[in-house]
Design a protein around this ligand. Structure first.
Ligand SMILES: *[C@@H]1O[C@H](CO)[C@@H](O)[C@H](O)[C@H]1NC(C)=O
Ligand SMILES: *[C@@H]1O[C@H](CO)[C@@H](O)[C@H](O)[C@H]1NC(C)=O
Ligand SMILES: *[C@@H]1O[C@H](CO)[C@@H](O)[C@H](O)[C@H]1NC(C)=O
Ligand SMILES: *[C@@H]1O[C@H](CO)[C@@H](O)[C@H](O)[C@H]1NC(C)=O
Length: 625
């Protein structure tokens, strides 16, 4: 080995401990400055197992270890200037990335990786509660790991040892910040979620705010700030509006700060001058930063110049080393801390043990979920409909229509290796396929249209039917499995009452063209957020990405040509993702064909969408050496 080679090797083995070794280097981009204040917050939400960062997207390539190093530098800054820093996480830490999903049992590595960050307020999301195994993991791991900070204001769990129902964690906490002595009452909520396994109980927020403990907590004397963290969207949220009103009924002017999640967007909401809150995106793409100044403080000595009156500021930090170095005043040499390096190393080790980089094949191009129009050659849904479903289901020779909800697809496919990791990102859900056999063609051919809310009968009609109790829906994992950006998605709609639909039809964030975004030669496509504070919230000045609407469901005709009117089969098999079974059967009933669950059969030997995709990729996408 030449001296140069050994120097390079050394450089690489060193690099291996800051972000993941295979992570792409971030591209430098113009940045906005961190609006540091008297009380500062870093907020993560909906990380869904992406604690290893995004290994195919430079913009989001820092990992949980880097976040630990970053927080350490900001804590130091707070200690030096007498301000404070608190860390918040609002749930959905699990499900959606191989680092969590690929291990047996699931989450084998996640809890030990996650626990090294010092989080001050942490709550549960709905994804922690779908399976009793995962809520028991909270009970056995995350709650004890965050003994001083886990809060469960409206969540009970059956003690796995005694079977007795008990609060998963304390209902609220009172604490005082380290440097400023700001006295805080904090709550930790989950939205009114119904899809949980039967070992947990989520109390509707309208009941929780009536509880004596809550009414007492909001009347505790000498409080400088109410901190409401929760797996609850900040916008169009009945739950947060109720909490806001309840606190204001008892305390007309105490400042309130909200931290939200669940809808996977960057957002900032102003209820009023003294009640505001942030939502910090998804999948470790975003570290949300919020600062407050002008709060009552027990201690003096803050060096940060104080503005008159109360103020809030926010910044959505792109989770990459370029941003993290900049905002912490460090560089590649000074950034990583020992704990941070160790955690990056642990993630690397776990990814290795799980063989997450094993490639089934290589994607010839990028396929987008909502960044390309549907249908088109670059659309992941078109690829599914035109290639994957027909190739997979044509074996039996029976004419079939195969339907899947687009919410079953969760992420884009990038040109290059399609790995074990990719399968979990693209389609992490474990439901298989089922079929109704010998369905009259005329009815079967209208199901897709109906599910996509396009025909003479609308999804609203189906929902109305459901409301009238004409169908008995079981417990489902249906409520939030949608990708965040498509405005309408069956999976999102299903667990919502019909009155809430408008919410999911409205444009969410990124697609909106912001008025007067400061343009300092944006060169990287990414979030261009517009929220209640304006259009200057993203730390990186991005080029706007256009997002397209996608249908609720896509479908393929297999072993027959739907355009051939004369040769149309009389009866076909209707195959669908089990996830949408109730909707498919309801649609059939609406079309005059009655099938019960018991009349349907398992299809494809129980293979899941994840299996279908990885098999197809292995067969069709070769890697060139
Ligand atoms: C649930 O946890 C138990 C005990 O750890 C394990 O045996 C079982 O396989 C888990 N079930 C699932 C679906 O992961
Ligand atoms: C909870 O669900 C499990 C698994 O579906 C079932 O076996 C059990 O009987 C249910 N318990 C109650 C109290 O409903
Ligand atoms: C990083 O910062 C330190 C301390 O400010 C400085 O001594 C060092 O030269 C910098 N390293 C690089 C690679 O810029
Ligand atoms: C990092 O890991 C090493 C080896 O496991 C351990 O000896 C050391 O104490 C760890 N350092 C920190 C700061 O956790």
């Amino acid at each position: 080995m030449t001296p140069l080679q050994s120097a390079l090797l050394l450089a690489f083995s060193h690099l291996a401990y800051a972000e993941q070794p295979s992570a792409p280097a971030p591209i430098s981009a113009p940045l906005r400055e961190l609006p540091w204040g008297q009380l500062n917050f870093l907020h993560t939400t909906d990380t869904h197992g992406w604690h290893g960062g995004h290994l195919q997207e430079p913009q989001y390539s820092a990992d949980w270890g880097d976040y630990i190093s970053f927080a350490k530098h900001l804590h130091k800054r707070a200690d030096e200037d007498g301000s404070d820093l608190l860390l918040i996480d609002t749930g959905d830490r699990v499900e959606g990335n191989g680092l969590y999903d690929a291990s047996n049992p699931k989450g084998k590595y996640t809890f030990d990786i996650f626990k090294h960050q010092n989080i001050d307020v942490i709550t549960s999301g709905n994804h922690e509660l779908y399976l009793s195994n995962s809520s028991n993991n909270e009970y056995y791991n995350t709650v004890p790991n965050f003994k001083q900070s886990y809060i469960a204001s409206n969540l009970d769990i059956q003690n796995p040892k005694t079977g007795e129902l008990e609060p998963l964690a304390p209902r609220y906490r009172k604490f005082t910040t380290k440097n400023q002595g700001i006295r805080i009452i904090s709550f930790g909520f989950l939205f009114n979620f119904h899809g949980n396994a039967n070992n947990t109980v989520v109390q509707p927020v309208q009941e929780t705010v009536k509880e004596q403990w809550f009414q007492d907590a909001i009347r505790i004397k000498d409080v400088d700030l109410f901190l409401v963290a929760g797996h609850v969207p900040v916008r169009n949220s009945e739950e947060y509006d109720l909490i806001y009103k309840a606190i204001r009924n008892a305390r007309w002017d105490t400042p309130i700060v909200f931290f939200g999640g669940h809808t996977h967007i960057r957002d900032y909401r102003k209820w009023e001058k003294a009640a505001q809150g942030i939502e910090s995106g998804r999948y470790m793409e975003t570290l949300g930063f919020l600062s407050m100044s002008g709060l009552n403080s027990e201690k003096k000595g803050l060096v940060v110049p104080e503005k008159s009156g109360l103020s809030y500021q926010r910044l959505y930090i792109d989770n990459n080393l370029h941003s993290l170095h900049h905002h912490s005043g460090t560089n590649a040499t000074t950034f990583s801390t020992d704990v941070g390096k160790n955690v990056s190393q642990a993630i690397y080790q776990a990814r290795n043990n799980l063989n997450l980089d094993h490639a089934f094949g290589c994607a010839p191009t990028d396929y987008w979920l909502s960044r390309a129009p549907y249908p088109s050659d670059q659309s992941l849904l078109s690829w599914l409909e035109k290639s994957v479903l027909p190739d997979t289901f044509s074996g039996g020779k029976t004419p079939s229509i195969v339907i899947t909800n687009t919410g079953a697809m969760r992420f884009d496919i990038f040109k290059g290796p399609f790995t074990i990791d990719s399968t979990f990102l693209v389609s992490p859900f474990t439901s298989g396929f089922r079929k109704a056999v010998n369905v009259p063609y005329k009815a079967a051919s209208q199901v897709l249209q109906l599910l996509n809310n396009e025909g003479p009968i609308l999804l609203e009609d189906l929902l109305a039917l459901k409301e009238q109790g004409l169908d008995t829906m079981g417990t489902h994992r249906l409520d939030d499995l949608a990708p965040p950006l498509p405005p309408v998605n069956l999976a999102t709609l299903i667990d919502q009452s019909p009155t809430k639909h408008a919410l999911f039809r409205s444009e969410q964030q990124s697609p909106i063209e912001g008025p007067g975004v400061v343009s300092d030669k944006p060169n990287i496509p990414g979030y261009t957020t517009v929220d209640d504070m304006g259009s200057d919230g993203d730390d990186t000045i991005h080029e706007r990405i256009k997002f397209y609407d996608v249908p609720n469901c896509v479908g393929a005709s297999v072993n027959f040509d739907p355009a051939d009117k004369t040769g149309a089969p009389e009866k076909i098999d209707l195959v669908y993702n089990e996830f949408v079974q109730d909707w498919v059967l309801l649609a059939l009933r609406f079309l005059g064909v009655k099938y019960e669950k018991e009349d349907t059969r398992s299809a494809l030997d129980g293979k899941t969408m994840t299996d279908v995709i990885s098999d197809w990729v292995g067969e069709h996408w070769k890697c060139e050496n």
